[in-house]
Design a protein around this ligand. Structure first.
Ligand code: CS2
Length: 500
């Protein structure tokens, strides 16, 4: 049996595996990360590892799992160490990341987590909790009071289940502690949401106002919220990846991460505490992140979602297969170049055409197998920022002739919600409101007018400005008729033909 990765093993790994260029155990923790899934380990943990190697500091990360124990079981027996494999065009490099100190499972160790959150040596909280983890209601632009977890946290603020609840508890403990004046926190959101820092601020202050009035003022004076744009494709690790690692390098790693070489992190420079030397690791600090968020969400994530829904319907299991389907690549090229492209501000240092081309190449990386179904999940939470906001702007500027592929993405999403592809293969829909969406689509599919009406009334996915634009509604209804009549392939071909 091969030995499992640990602090001891790191010292004797073969030279072809790059090990941390610092003595990890000599560095204390300064960051708590909420939602320690694969993305965090392939992204922020790597930037922090590089910053520790460059400039040191007590900036190791305590990871928090809100629901499961899995990551704790993967990483704690390995003293937090894990291997990161970067893969592209058949080449692969391995390095061990040392920036994670330990993982706490929130549900099993609430006391330990509570102490860590109140510890004044923790200066930064980062998070990847996915779009739904914010409990933010886009239509009212405030915390979603209807959410079961938020309702729970209102009644039991000491045993929070949600990310806002956890942060409110942390702030409450800090306010009441003897270090109240020296326990500031900088909070950075790392999820694919526009203005994500402002969203965290809004949900945290919203919940805090119902828990303790004084807390709102304390937060305003002692906590800063930074938006950030994150980018790296980090798929789920497979058993085969683990076996390949053991075969190639001779050790076992249950916390292994496989990712692409590309990575990017742009952070709003709004810190009220010290921070790691992330610049040295290539992080860009800017006054305003919103333009970068628009660029990434509408270009990469928008076309990812388009490929996902269209890909699933046409039987493509993986993004790298969907993107070499000549029809689908033409759809996303048009979507990026003619539709979302013009809604993106210009940057002195970004060539949009190159950026779009690079995204297609990244999607083509078959060494990073990313499932279309994974991207297709949680559409109700993703489509606003990826598709609908660009559409809203285009309609507002009377450019609806440039919305054909955006509209096709919506139509394919609705068709996807029927729960079976073109060949009748069924699948499970992952979405916080999957049951409602699936029921509405199946009930009204033959009467698209009723379907659209029900979706507008019973969900908050579509922005009011589009709901009240007759042409938008008409095109959506037409699209549903057409995809039913022609099938996905012919429908998309016709969209492209008509758009010429
Ligand atoms: C993807 C993203 O799963 C999804 O919805 O679009 O996770 C995507 O891989 C990342 O945002 C890339 O930075």
């Amino acid at each position: 049996m091969s030995e499992r990765l640990s602090a001891t093993l790191v010292k004797s790994l073969p030279g072809c595996v790059q090990c941390p260029r610092y003595d990890a155990e000599q560095h204390g923790a300064g960051i708590i990360h909420i939602g320690i899934g694969a993305f965090h380990r392939g992204h922020q943990a790597v930037f922090t590892d590089d910053a520790l190697a460059q400039s040191g500091g007590d900036w190791r990360i305590i990871g928090v799992s809100l629901r499961s124990q899995t990551v704790k079981e993967q990483l704690n027996p390995q003293d937090g160490f894990f291997t990161l494999i970067e893969k592209s065009t058949g080449k692969s490099t391995a390095r061990v990341i040392g920036s994670i100190k330990e993982v706490i499972a929130a549900r099993e160790e609430p006391q330990k987590l509570s102490e860590a959150l109140a510890d004044p040596s923790i200066k930064i909280v980062t998070m990847t909790v996915t779009e739904k983890g914010y409990h933010y209601d886009q239509s009212s632009q405030s915390i979603d009071w209807e959410s079961a977890d938020i309702q729970h946290d209102l009644v039991f603020p000491n045993e929070p289940k949600s990310m806002p609840g956890l942060l409110v508890k942390a702030c409450l403990k800090r306010m009441k502690s003897e270090y109240s004046h020296s326990s500031k926190l900088s909070i950075i959101s790392c999820d694919n949401l526009p203005e994500n820092g402002a969203i965290v601020k809004s949900v945290v202050l919203g919940l805090a106002s119902r828990v303790d009035k004084k807390l709102v003022t304390w937060i305003q004076n002692n906590v800063s919220f930074c938006s950030s744009m994150v980018d790296r494709i980090v798929p789920k690790v497979t058993v085969a990846d683990g076996q390949a690692l053991t075969q190639q390098y001779g050790y076992e790693d249950q916390g292994l991460i496989v990712t692409e070489p590309f990575k990017q992190w742009v952070i709003e420079d709004n810190f009220c505490t010290e921070r790691p030397d992330w610049e040295s690791a290539g992080v860009l600090f800017v006054k305003q992140v919103s333009d970068y968020e628009k660029l990434k969400l509408r270009t990469l994530n928008g076309s990812h979602s388009a490929l996902a829904y269209m890909g699933v319907l046409l039987g493509h299991k993986w993004i790298h297969q969907a993107v070499i389907d000549p029809l689908l690549v033409t759809v996303i090229q048009r979507l990026m170049q003619k539709e979302t492209g013009p809604t993106i501000p210009t940057f002195p240092n970004v060539d949009l055409a190159e950026y779009q081309q690079q995204i297609i190449q990244r999607f083509e990386n078959s060494d990073i197998a990313y499932a279309t179904q994974q991207v297709a999940s949680d559409g109700s939470q993703k489509l606003q920022q990826r598709i609908l906001q660009a559409m809203e702007e285009l309609y507002r500027e009377n450019k609806e002739q440039h919305t054909a592929c955006l509209m096709a993405t919506l139509v394919c999403w609705l068709r996807y919600l029927k729960g079976s592809d073109e060949k009748g293969v069924t699948y499970i829909i992952n979405d916080p409101i999957a049951d409602l969406l699936h029921a509405l689509v199946n009930e009204h599919w033959e009467q698209p007018i009723d379907l659209v009406d029900a979706l507008f009334k019973q969900t908050s996915i579509f922005p009011t400005s589009l709901k009240t634009t007759p042409n938008f509604t008409k095109r959506l209804i037409d699209g549903i008729h057409k995809i039913t009549e022609l099938g996905t392939h012919a429908y998309l071909s016709q969209i492209l033909q008509d758009a010429e």
